[in-house]
Ligand binder design. Sequence first.
Ligand SMILES: *Cc1c(COP(=O)(O)O)cnc(C)c1O
Length: 375
Amino acid sequence: MTTPLAATAATPASTPTSSFEIRPSSNPRTVTERGAVLADLKFGTAFTDHMAHATWTVDAGWQDRRIEAYGPLQLDPAAAVLHYAQEIFEGLKAYAHPDGSVWSFRPEANARRFARSAERLALPELSEEDFLDSVRTLVHTDVDWVPTTPGSSLYLRPFMFASEAFLGVRAATRVDYLVIASPVGPYFARGITPVHIWVSDEYARAAPGGTGAAKCGGNYAASLLPQATAAARGFDQILFLDSAGENIEELGGMNVVVIGRDGTASTPRLNGSILEGVTRSSILTLLAEQGLDVQERDISLAELVDGVRSGEVTEVFACGTAAVVTPIGRLAGTDFDVTVGDGEAGPLTRDVHDQLTGIQYGTREDTHGWLTRLV
Ligand SMILES: *Cc1c(COP(=O)(O)O)cnc(C)c1O
């Protein structure tokens, strides 16, 4: 059910001037159809009526910025992305606040990361202004799709890919950029549940000089088989080590934080093959403000396992936009199997989750200026 949290109504944000021309769908879903979707939210299965779209060519640059009806793309079978995976993406959310306004969380950080990913994948840079404009104008157009049930949000997926029809191997001269939007429910429908993690000594996610620090589809393609082997062993997620098999790096789509009894919060340093999460950086800020000694450094698997065994490590959690904070209750690999604390979500894990979501949903003060109003 969509129960508005509404207390007092916000002054409506003025309609933004946008370089994305709005071409309304001639076939939007009815209020009843939309209501049925919003009453039964899952993750990433339903999409709104519109999408943002722009095209780039090497000769003309970015052009034809528009908001158009959501629907299938026409793609030449020789489109380079289908053969060489020249593709990047982003993930962020729009949150409804109790007063009816709609906000996003540090979208400029996503815009900058998108530009860095584009550079690594030899895709054209999209300006921060175009990125924010596309997101804002799409959410404005489809604002009725922003869910208001507690813990729900409109998940936004900007992405860019090589659409040039060409089988030679070089950077494409024609590229498409789109943003699609999906109303999503809380990741944990029944409260925060710890996950069990398999540590892979068989597969690596990234290597020095590779694409690990870029948010590209190829990294995810490479993580699917490892993830499936972990699932077949009865584990929820996989933790990847560095290519030497020594230090921990991250999960397939989430960063990792380790809390010590000595008041430390440690996370693998950005070594070039780890994705720099916006959630990671925000949580490190919040933990430091709480007086924890935040350390970005190499963390060996041996140190982590020994620490969990001895009780020196009290909590371990994963973090990312989709699930926010995910407690890790158990870590296992070919020669170890340890339970973190009592296997349940620890107090700091819960607290940092509540702090972060409180800021995102407008129930806690945003002292860092992390929120950007969309509507
Ligand atoms: C997106 C992503 C994360 C988390 O980043 P957030 O900005 O916090 O959502 C972590 N690792 C990988 C591999 C990712 O793709």
